[in-house]
Design a protein around this ligand. Structure first.
Ligand SMILES: Nc1ncnc2c1ncn2[C@@H]1O[C@H](COP(=O)(O)OP(=O)(O)OP(=O)(O)O)[C@@H](O)[C@H]1O
Ligand SMILES: [Mg+2]
Length: 918
């Protein structure tokens, strides 16, 4: 290996990563820089320094980005013997996507977790993972590795990734540490230049070449051999073109020296991707090129090098130069030759792509092969590759019907790959000229689904309803599913009338002897919409009907059912059946369909925990859900989970987190028209201002919240801001307005008739009542609240009651209520509210001794999750598998939990976490 010149800081970082790995600390480093800047050289240096560490490596190849999981296969190849140590679901999924075992439907997150599991298992000896040219890794591999990389913490693994500047990659979105690789320092650059030049260069020439190359080592090396050009004309200044162009030209000048047949061989190698030397020789023969041409290309030019079994260009830019310089006809010829010699089953996917590149017009046979390859990619969750395959197959189709079918398949895969805009374009193309009614319906349904999640909500409901109407005669059960799914997908938009109408249609289509899944979907969708629209007892009634159907119904294999179980479980959480459903939904989603169902189900679980004062656990669920939603491009649920987080942020008084989450919710809600989720966030901000005593700002937010509710037609008293508006107006001295708010709200609460609503009404009346009358209202509120489990609202009522008592100079009673409120706020960790209670007590002349802030607030969300899992009796390994972490990472967090809680055993952990407060 050539010596590495300069690069002090980069080398130090790499050495630190290696040292950390040897100590059992994970790290990840992304090296970014322009072509030829020396990224691969740094990776080679890392490998050379790795000593006794294990190494796994893979690199992206420009023409192979559409072979799903090709990169992952290369990377994990040496470790595959350990696959059987993974949990069976993960092992099966990984085998399937790597093409090693039975084909099974897999879930992206299961594959990610299995990859993490295999890497950490293989790291029984410290492990260095190298990814070169990561910009060309197929998307499925890059996403999977990014998923694993994000979760590395306490395993002896160092990951170093090289990626070209300005190219997109999921690995760049993983939040890994990045280092930008720039030009060599002048001394190193001069040294490199002199060592590469045929004869010693004059200082003046060195300076000119350095100016021209910016210290890019590849350009330096290539220019060195052409130094005479800089020597000849003192005024010679290269045009300001990108380094890649400069270097490509240098490579091409070398290729010119080769015979035409030799150049064809070069082109063949450039087009061959990762094909081995054997295959290249056979393809050359198939193309009628003499063996001597192969030898000439191999030996003469210095452009190719034999590395192991494969013949490679000395640098990717050389391959690019040769490929781009060839004419389209020449390129087609070599692709055809490559396809001819790729006959075995294993290379069917690559063969299809070569055939496509060889085609010079529509070709049904090639289109069919490509469609089959895309189908295989889709079955392995390689959705981006599948989309590319179907799209290319469509372009090669002469028959308009087949073309539409393939465009539709491309759109569906693009949507699953998180490429919404591309999906929309493809769908529009598919739609034009389609005759087949089935296909028309499918197109309409998918367009509706995309519209619902992407911000054209009204249009989305219309499309889905129309598709369902046309489906009824052909596949009634599917029509029901479609309608129910749409109702729940559009939840975040909060368009109640549309939700109700859509769910109503689903309900009308259900027949008594249908399989339970149909009834469950329809009843859940309608029940959920009816609760939000406050349609009397219709909501609970349908939710209970769904709950009955759930008994004896398996959730496995049906993500929609899991989501429904979460919804029903949350709404019926007061009953045992509800809790049971939430747990079933959680277990099934985690084990079986984490990508499809887990973000939503985590949202329902979090909501349940938040209402039962287990805020830390709720936050942990929301954060995990948000992370997974981000990783699977589910923007609507990402918004919902972030909005839910703002509510916990507010209660706990975490203003900077509240601000950050609110900003993101606002942006997402703007983009995707999710007004209901926006409303939650605005409510959280209003409460934050209210708690902090900033009444004028709170008023502004509350009015904004009300405007959104009016716009959406939401009338549920439980989320009506009226009681808070009464409070704020009292503070601002607008007693008349406050009284009107309180009175009007009482009417609404009476109609609803539930204790929570009535309690809020009485609290509001207590705030606006005359001095001699307020006590009765607060007492009534407390009596209503005794029938709910809402301790926070109870504490708030005690606080307001205490405040009024103190102003009425009834000090003893005031103190009693304020102390109760303070005790609860402290226990919950509702910091701003504790402060308010404390201030009142202080103003009353007394500051009682406060409890230590509850320990659980010092645990991070991930620590809370791990502590909960282990307190429930799971082993480290089980908890790791469930939470998509490695066992070592779980142990690491657990040590922190023990330290923070000052405990030493699982028993103590169970005692703390298992108690009612957590
Ligand atoms: N620090 C260095 N000292 C000496 N030679 C170097 C150094 N860095 C890079 N080189 C040489 O420069 C050439 C280009 O470097 P390298 O292949 O690492 O670039 P790269 O950043 O990986 O480019 P690409 O993005 O095209 O893959 C190689 O021949 C390499 O040996
Ligand atoms: Mg490189």
């Amino acid at each position: 290996m050539p010596v590495l010149l300069g690069r002090g800081p980069e080398v130090a970082r790499i050495e630190r990563a290696l040292a950390d790995a040897r100590l059992g600390v994970s790290s990840a480093l992304v090296l970014r820089g322009e072509p030829g800047i020396g990224k691969t050289a740094l990776l080679r240096h890392a490998a050379a320094e790795a000593g006794s560490m294990r190494i796994l490596s893979a690199k992206g190849v420009e023409f192979e980005a559409d072979i799903p999981f090709a990169g992952l296969h290369d990377l994990l190849h040496p470790a595959l013997g350990m696959v059987d140590r993974l949990p069976p679901v993960g092992a099966r999924a990984l085998r399937a996507v790597l093409g090693l075992g039975e084909r099974v439907e897999s879930d992206r997150l299961v594959i990610g977790a299995a990859t993490l599991g295999l890497l950490t298992a293989w790291a029984e000896t410290p492990l260095l993972v190298l990814l070169d040219d990561a910009q060309w890794l197929d998307r499925a591999s890059a996403e999977t590795i990014a998923f694993a990389a994000r979760r590395l913490l306490a395993d002896p693994i160092a990951l170093v990734v090289a990626i070209r500047e300005g190219e997109p990659s999921p690995l760049l979105e993983a939040g890994l540490e990045e280092a930008r690789v720039g030009g060599l320092d002048p001394a190193s650059a001069a040294e490199l230049l002199q060592s590469a030049a045929p004869a010693r260069l004059r200082v003046e020439v060195v300076r000119r070449i350095m100016d021209a190359t910016g210290g890019n080592p590849l350009a330096l090396v290539e220019m060195a051999s052409e130094a005479h050009r800089f020597e000849a004309a003192a005024g010679y200044a290269p045009l300001p073109v990108p380094i890649s162009t400069t270097v490509e030209r240098a490579y091409l000048r070398r290729a010119v020296a080769v015979s035409a047949a030799g150049r064809s061989v070069l082109l063949l190698v450039a087009a061959s991707g990762t094909a081995g030397v054997e295959l290249v020789r056979r393809a050359a023969a198939a193309a009628g090129l003499p063996q001597s041409a192969v030898e000439e290309a191999e030996a003469a030019t210095g452009l190719l090098a034999l590395r192991g079994r494969s013949l490679e260009f000395v640098h990717p830019l050389a391959a690019a130069a040769v490929y781009h310089a060839a004419s389209p006809a020449e390129r087609r010829a070599v692709h055809r030759a490559l396809a001819t010699v790729m006959s075995d089953l294993e290379s069917a996917d690559r063969r299809a792509w070569h055939l496509a590149a060889a085609a010079d017009g529509p070709d049904e046979q090639v289109a069919a092969e490509l469609e089959a390859a895309a189908g295989r990619a889709r079955a392995r969750t390689g959705h981006a590759a599948a989309a590319a395959g179907f799209e290319e197959a469509a372009r090669l189709s002469a028959d308009p019907g087949l073309r539409s079918r393939r465009l539709f398949a491309a759109a569906a895969s693009a949507w699953l790959a998180g490429q919404a805009e591309r999906a929309v374009v493809l769908l529009a193309e598919a739609r034009s000229g389609v005759k087949d009614e089935w296909l028309q319906i499918e197109i309409e349904a998918l367009a509706g689904d995309i519209a619902l999640s992407q911000g054209a909500v009204e249009e989305g409901y219309r499309l889905v309803q129309s598709a369902a109407a046309r489906l009824v005669g052909r596949d009634r059960l599917r029509a029901i599913q479609l309608l129910a799914y749409a109702t729940l997908t559009g939840f975040g938009a909060g368009r109640l009338a549309d939700m109700l109408a859509t769910a109503r249609r689903a309900l009308d289509l259900v027949r008594p002897d249908d399989p339970p899944a149909a009834g469950i979907a329809a009843h859940t969708a309608y029940g959920c919409a009816a609760v939000m629209a406050a349609l009397g007892d219709a909501g609970p009634r349908h939710l209970r009907a769904a709950e009955e159907l759930f008994r004896g119904t398996e959730l496995a294999g049906d993500p929609l059912l899991m989501v429904c179980a979460g919804v029903v479980g949350l709404f019926l959480r007061e009953a045992e059946a509800g809790r049971d459903l939430l747990e079933r939904a959680h277990a099934a989603a985690r084990a079986d369909a984490p990508a499809a169902a887990l973000p939503q189900v985590l949202y329902y679980l979090g909501r349940d925990l938040a209402t039962t004062e287990r805020w830390a656990a709720a936050r942990a669920h929301y954060e995990e859900g948000a992370r997974l939603a981000r990783e699977t491009s589910q923007n609507n649920w990402l918004t919902g989970l972030l909005a839910a987080l703002t509510q916990i942020d507010t209660l706990e008084g975490r203003s900077s987190e509240l601000h950050a989450h609110a900003v993101e919710v606002e942006a997402l809600a703007d983009r995707h028209q999710m007004e209901l989720f926006r409303a939650w966030m605005v409510a959280a901000r209003a409460l934050h201002e209210l708690a902090g005593g900033r009444a004028a700002v709170a008023l502004e937010q509350l009015l904004r919240l009300r405007a959104i509710h009016v716009e959406l037609g939401i009338h549920d008293p439980d989320i009506d801001p009226a009681p808070d508006l009464a409070e704020v107006n009292v503070r601002l001295g607008n007693h008349d307005v406050a009284a009107v708010e309180a009175q009007a709200f009482l009417e609404a609460a009476r109609i609803k008739g539930q204790p929570f609503a009535l309690a809020r009404a009485e609290r509001a009346l207590g705030l606006v009542a005359l001095d001699g009358e307020f006590a009765a209202h607060f007492e009534a509120a407390l009596a209503h609240l005794a029938r709910t489990r809402d301790t926070f609202e109870t504490a708030r009522t005690n606080l307001s009651y205490g405040e009024r008592l103190r102003r009425a100079r009834r000090r003893g009673e005031a103190r009693r209520h304020l102390a109760v409120a303070l005790e609860v706020f402290d226990r919950l960790g509702a910091t701003p509210w504790s402060q308010r209670a404390l201030a009142e007590l202080g103003a009353g002349g007394e500051v009682p001794g406060r409890r230590d802030e509850s320990v659980r607030h010092r645990l991070t969300p991930q620590e809370v999750q791990i502590a909960l899992a282990l307190a429930q009796g799971q082993t480290t390994r089980e908890a790791a598998a469930k939470l998509f972490l490695s066992p070592k990472t779980v142990e690491y967090h657990l040590r922190n939990v023990y330290d923070k809680l000052e405990i030493h055993s699982r028993e103590e952990l169970r005692a703390i976490m298992g108690g009612p407060a957590e």
